[in-house]
Write a protein that binds this ligand. Structure first.
Ligand code: SAM
Length: 281
């Protein structure tokens, strides 16, 4: 039984980190004319309303995009991301928040392709609706993204960004993500992979970055943004991280500039902090 709905969390601090990284990775891929594929193993609905429905019940966008929305001194890495959110809200009011498939779709060119997996029947219906005009350049699969991606690799253009972004509400998602990354790398070692993970008070979450590094011991970047101390009741997200395999060389410098700014703007208490580490060949 799938109970997770990303609409409850759209635009929160974790989405800010994840989507800013995704925008940067896509921009880098767009620097060469050669086509690429964007593969999203856990796509969600594509676009979320922040002014009605689930998002208003939690107000989580107040921990993320709402804090950046009106700022004029954003580092370029964040400006690029916030401009994408502005493009979806052309009247200047923050009403909608794009999910990863929508962000990717806006940046992709005619020659690029999207392959999107979503298991939840309601979410895939929303995604289909949001991609109704996409034509054959985007293929949406109602099914398991961990298994489904394996059949797509290597992608014909031999260039791709793969986003692996489960909710981890089911703790088996940690092991499944590690296995998915490992199997994907066997088939397509040169792809760019971005794995998102939550910082929660769970052993699986704490040991996850080291496990990811064992799957891919070189050519990785790990970034995390902690916005507060862990909650005393043990429940809730107090930060998140991204592990990027085969990152572009530009990502470290962009994050070095943006992360202190994010800690300042999204930090909720004195425990807010970031981590940035990377390993090349
Ligand atoms: N990537 C989206 C974004 O950034 O906008 C958010 C994705 S959300 C964190 C995780 C999504 O994965 C949910 O919509 C959930 O229904 C879906 N899901 C859960 N298990 C899945 C699976 N095994 N394969 C594909 N989708 C799954």
């Amino acid at each position: 039984m799938l109970s997770y709905r990303h609409a409850f969390h759209a635009g929160n601090h974790a989405d800010v980190l994840k989507h800013a990284v995704v925008v940067h990775l896509l921009r880098h891929l767009c620097q060469k004319d050669k086509a690429f594929w964007y593969i999203d193993t856990h796509a969600g609905a594509g676009v979320y309303s922040l002014v009605d429905g689930y998002a208003t019940k939690t107000g989580e966008s107040e921990t993320g995009i709402e804090r950046l929305w009106g700022l004029r001194d954003l580092p370029s890495f964040l400006k690029d991301y916030v401009n994408e959110i502005r493009a979806l809200n052309s009247d200047g009011t923050l009403n909608f928040y794009p999910g990863s498939p929508y962000l990717a779709w806006r940046l992709m060119r005619e020659q690029d392709r999207a392959r999107l997996f979503e298991l939840h029947s309601t979410e895939i219906d929303l995604l289909r609706h949001n991609f109704r005009d996409a034509g054959r350049r985007a293929i949406l699969y109602e099914g398991d993204g961990f298994d489904g991606i394996i059949k797509l690799l290597p992608p014909p253009p031999r260039r791709a960004l793969v986003l692996i972004d489960p909710s981890y509400e089911d703790k088996r998602d940690y092991a499944r993500t590690l296995n998915c990354l490992e199997e994907s790398l066997k088939r397509f070692a040169t792809g760019t992979y971005a794995v998102w993970y939550p910082q929660v008070t769970r052993l699986e979450s704490q040991r996850f970055p080291d496990q990811l590094k064992r799957v891919q011991p070189k050519n990785w970047l790990h970034v995390s943004l902690t916005v507060s101390k862990p909650p005393v009741d043990g429940f809730g997200l107090f930060g998140s991280g991204m592990f990027v395999v085969n990152p572009p060389y530009t990502l470290v410098a962009a994050l070095k500039e943006a992360l202190p700014y994010l800690v300042d703007k999204l930090g909720q208490d004195g425990k807010a902090a970031f981590k940035l580490e990377h390993r090349g060949d």
